[in-house]
Design a protein around this ligand. Sequence first.
Ligand SMILES: Nc1nc2c(c(=O)[nH]1)N[C@H]1C(S)=C(S)[C@@H](COP(=O)(O)OP(=O)(O)OC[C@H]3O[C@@H](n4cnc5c(=O)[nH]c(N)nc54)[C@H](O)[C@@H]3O)O[C@H]1N2
Ligand SMILES: Nc1nc2c(c(=O)[nH]1)N[C@H]1C(S)=C(S)[C@@H](COP(=O)(O)OP(=O)(O)OC[C@H]3O[C@@H](n4cnc5c(=O)[nH]c(N)nc54)[C@H](O)[C@@H]3O)O[C@H]1N2
Ligand SMILES: [Mo]
Length: 758
Amino acid sequence: MPKKSAPIPYPPRKPAAGWDSIQSVAFKIWEETHTGRGIKSLFQLNQPNGFDCPSCAWPDPDPSDVSRVGEYCENGAKAVAWEASKNTIGEEFFREHSIADLMNKSDHWLEKQGRISQPFIVKPGSNHYEPLTWEAAFSSISGSLRQLEYPDQALFYTSGRTSNEAAFLYQCMVRQFGTNNLPDCSNMCHEASGKALMETLGIGKASVTIDDIPKAEVMLIFGQNPGTNAPRMLTALQKLKANGGKIMAVNPLPEAGLMQFRNPQKPWEWVGKPTAIQDLFLPITINADWALLKALQKLLLSFEEENPGTVIDKPFIDHNTGGYQEFIADLKELSLEKLIAATGLAQDAVHEAAEMLKGKRRVIIAWAMGITQHSNAESTIREFVNLLLMLGAIGKEGAGTLPVRGHSNVQGDRTMGIWEKMPDAFLDRLGKAFNFSPPRTHGVAAVDAVRLMLSGKGRFFFGLGGNFALAAPDTQKVFEALRLCNMTVQVSTKLNRSHLVHGKTGIILPCLGRTERDHTPNGNQFVSTEDTAGRVRMSKGDLPPVSKHLKSEVEIICRLGRELLGKDNHTNWEGMAENYDLIRDKIQEVIPGFEDYNIRVRSAGGFYLPNGPREGKFHTPSKKAIFTVNPWPLREKRSDTFILMTIRSHDQFNTSVYGMDDRYRGIRNSREVVLIHPEDMQKLELEEGDSMRITSHFKGESRTLEGFKAVPYDMPLGTLAVYFPEGNVLVALDNQSGESLCPSSKYIEASAEKLVLS
Ligand SMILES: Nc1nc2c(c(=O)[nH]1)N[C@H]1C(S)=C(S)[C@@H](COP(=O)(O)OP(=O)(O)OC[C@H]3O[C@@H](n4cnc5c(=O)[nH]c(N)nc54)[C@H](O)[C@@H]3O)O[C@H]1N2
Ligand SMILES: Nc1nc2c(c(=O)[nH]1)N[C@H]1C(S)=C(S)[C@@H](COP(=O)(O)OP(=O)(O)OC[C@H]3O[C@@H](n4cnc5c(=O)[nH]c(N)nc54)[C@H](O)[C@@H]3O)O[C@H]1N2
Ligand SMILES: [Mo]
């Protein structure tokens, strides 16, 4: 049972998935596609020979386990329907709507207009997009790039929907142009996980596969809302429960998806009693997870001292790890009372959590943005590793790390070299395979990209997917930064804010989506992606493209590569644009683990990339897993302020807003809300629905959001939540982790008051 200060009748909590979600999907598909374009594609979704779901990065089951009616969830289905829309944006649309007019429309309205059907340009001084040919687009973009004084004035952003093939060619083109400025959405997402895991375990990825989950005795889920953001994970959790495993959820909010679940693939579960997913819910204070982990470690150590040899896996530690003595010495210095007080949790609840772990070896820790989007995220993640290592819970079935990735191919993009600081070994092999000398100076990550543009040194911005203007922190500064560029280019499927906040010249290049057929003179092509568990699989769209003027991301990059790098450039851009096997041959040459890529990617279910910790091997400099000492990292705040987090609703995929409801949280018809505890409402003399003013504070600067309505919510005292991306206006650019540079989108110190309208 949640330990909380007062019972709260509101809002109603709904079981995740089940009949409601089936109705909701049916509605979206009808609304978006009219003719069943979306329904046809649902049957192809995550099938071994279909396309990879464009929504989250949750792994597919093995081919033998895949449901024949489609391996999908409500939110995957919404993402497909959203992309498979029959509506298009053409010349008339931009003639009718000026950019200033479109700036007044909501983000939902913009994307709702349908797919962009041809390239468009807004010329210096103009307020309207107008059509341009692909030839003119490539020549204008390469002209602008060639005019730069040096290559590091250009920024090449990537969002995580980009395929392996497109991402690999993109970084190859960018590095041949001469820069490592390859910021990506991962910089604002799981960057801290990659860093902390690489240091301690030798690989920045999950150590478990989907098959490990049902085998775990205990699964801890920190700072994640799987019911909304990785719904197919609930099916795996249901299997774990059926096997007698226990689930502990650590989250300031009681998220419905973890409270109750009905499997959308099993109609017989749509009625009747839903499965309770979590066994223990710990409603932690925002960002106090580090303190909880230290408290659990201390309690486990005391259990071990009472019954030596039953809790801590000494043989595992002696054989496989380094740094244990220093870790224990530091742990003993900490005060249990002080740690528990910092968590905001009841003492009993923390003891219950420790009891749940006592004597267990098969333990998995999963986490997402509630952990990574903090200035001290890396310390928390290193404590996950410390806890797992104490129990010997790594490198065996049913045990290990599970950072749950966001975008469907964000992990693959990084494997392909989308990183501002790829190691020298990768650059050496890339240079050899393409006969050039890659630049060695590190590039900039997302937040530094904004700083570079603001300083006037970043003059050109290229976005391969995504919506940088709204996804990056400090909306006003990002807008300012993009507007300072000579040119901004966006490769996109749908209209978004980043098209309206443009450089002196702005260009939109419309591309094929995952669901669509990618036909070249060499026949239909497929691409590939890597999921959260490191499995690579093919993705082949089947729908006819919504417009004949669309190009694949691969072709766009190849055409630009040729135009930019000139006729004498040795890369076979033309060949690779028509035959993606040639790209995969090059990937195989450059990146370890892709041996026989073209053969293995064609096998049902694809193949797993090598993963050291999964096999009990740690590729750190000492070849051991590393215990770390992480000094008290929690921030102090003023007693009269709140800590605010920015979260996702059930009706959005990042900045793509499908609708105004957040069904599982019982919120309807509006995203302009502030979730707040009823006692805090009383203190501020707020009634439900009153307008609020939120002022965030960071290093003497303040930022304001006005007019959002108060919604009483079951959450810890002193915390607030607003939705991302609306809340980004409150996130200071400098409010970021010093290690991975990830913005602290879940920790915004803010004051709140009732907005009195005069
Ligand atoms: N349908 C859908 N699916 C998605 C996305 C989407 O927008 N829509 N986005 C995709 C992407 S890119 C990503 S990265 C993932 C994001 O998936 P999530 O990480 O689940 O997304 P968020 O809504 O950001 O939620 C974070 C959770 O962390 C909790 N939280 C906040 N602060 C803290 C804290 O300090 N400690 C703890 N323990 N918990 C905290 C919040 O209450 C919330 O439940 O989902 C992916 N999948
Ligand atoms: N305050 C706050 N800020 C955050 C977060 C948060 O929780 N709070 N989360 C962060 C996280 S985890 C992430 S991952 C980032 C997300 O940042 P991004 O990845 O930049 O944003 P998205 O909203 O996913 O991008 C949506 C756009 O992508 C385009 N698109 C969709 N499909 C395709 C495709 O197949 N190809 C191409 N080329 N384009 C396509 C469409 O035009 C659509 O409008 O935001 C980050 N920002
Ligand atoms: Mo993400």
